[in-house]
Design a protein around this ligand. Structure first.
Ligand code: FMN
Length: 233
C-alpha cells in the first residue's frame, strides 16, 4: 500500500502528531509513505493564467513543481491532506498547492485513477474551525473523484501538541485507532457511491455541451466518458 501525505505546515505540532498516529496505525510491512511539507514543497502562487484549464497542465508555469507531487498522488492508495486551522480555513501554503489542481476537478479533467482511492483529511484548531477545514479538504478530494473520504477534525484546546491535555491525547489515540481500522478496510476496495456518480453525470452533461474548452472536451472524449465508458467498473 502506498500513502501520500500533504502536510499543510512544516512544524511538528498537533496536526502533524495526529497525522503520525494515523500513519502508525495504518502502516504495515509493505507500506510506502511519501510526505510533502508545505511550504517547502509548495509551488509558487497560482497566477490565474488559466493555462492548466485551456492548454493543459504541462503548460502551467509551475508544472515542474506541481507535477512531481501529482505523480505521487496518482500512484497512492490512500491520500492524506492535513492542515491546522488558520482563521477558519486551511493553511495558505496548502491552499496554494490545491489551487494548482483545479484542472483535476470533475468539472474539468478528473483522473480516472482517483475513482478507486481512499482519502483522509485531518485538521486541528484551538477552539473552533477544525470541522470547517476538514470540510473544505474533503471537498477537494470529492471533486477530484475520490469515492471514500474520512474526516478527522478536532479542537485540541491548545496552541501546541505539548500543551494538549493528557485526557485529550488519550481520547485522540482511541479515536484514531478506531477510524484507522475503518479506513484500512476500504483500501483497494473503494467504489464511487451515488453522490460521486451523480456529480460525474452532471459534469458529463456540461462536457457534452462544452463549446468553450476543447482541452477538457477532448479529454472526456479520449476516455469515452461522453459515450458509455465510466472511470469506475
Ligand atoms: C495564524 C493562526 C490562525 C489560527 N486560527 C484559528 C482559528 O480560526 N480557530 C481556532 O480555534 N484556532 C486557530 N488557531 C490555533 C490553531 O489552529 C491550533 O492551535 C492548532 O491546533 C495548531 O495546530 P499545529 O500544532 O499543528 O500547528 C490559529 C493559529 C494560527 C497560528
Amino acid at each position: 500500500m502506498k500513502i501520500v501525505v500533504l502536510h499543510g505546515q512544516m512544524h511538528k505540532g498537533s496536526t502533524y502528531n495526529i497525522t503520525k498516529l494515523f500513519l502508525e496505525n495504518l502502516s504495515g510491512e509493505n507500506t510506502e509513505i511519501i510526505e510533502f511539507f508545505m511550504p517547502k514543497d509548495t509551488p509558487r502562487f497560482c497566477i490565474g493564467c488559466f493555462s492548466c484549464f485551456t492548454k493543459g497542465e504541462d503548460k502551467c508555469p509551475h508544472a515542474d513543481e506541481v507535477q512531481p507531487i501529482v505523480k505521487e498522488i496518482d500512484e497512492a492508495d490512500l491520500i492524506i491532506l492535513e492542515s491546522p486551522c488558520y482563521i477558519y480555513g486551511m493553511s495558505g501554503q496548502l491552499k496554494t498547492f490545491l489551487d494548482h489542481l483545479a484542472y483535476r476537478w470533475m468539472v474539468h479533467r478528473p483522473h480516472p485513477k482517483m475513482f478507486s482511492k481512499v482519502g483522509l483529511v485531518i485538521s486541528t484548531a484551538a477552539g473552533a474551525g477544525s470541522k470547517k477545514v476538514t470540510r473544505s479538504l474533503k471537498d477537494n478530494l470529492f471533486h477530484w473523484g475520490v469515492p471514500r473520504i474520512y474526516r478527522y477534525g478536532i479542537n485540541v484546546g491548545a496552541s501546541s501538541w505539548e500543551t494538549v491535555k493528557l485526557e485529550k491525547k488519550l481520547m485522540i489515540e482511541m479515536e484514531v485507532k478506531k477510524l484507522s481500522r475503518k479506513i484500512a478496510k476500504q483500501i483497494g476496495k473503494a467504489k464511487p457511491g451515488l453522490k460521486t456518480k451523480l456529480m460525474f453525470l452532471i459534469m458529463r452533461m456540461a462536457q457534452k455541451a462544452n463549446d468553450w474548452n476543447p482541452t477538457d472536451k477532448n479529454y472526456w472524449e479520449k476516455y469515452g466518458w461522453l459515450e458509455t465508458d465510466r472511470p469506475w467498473s
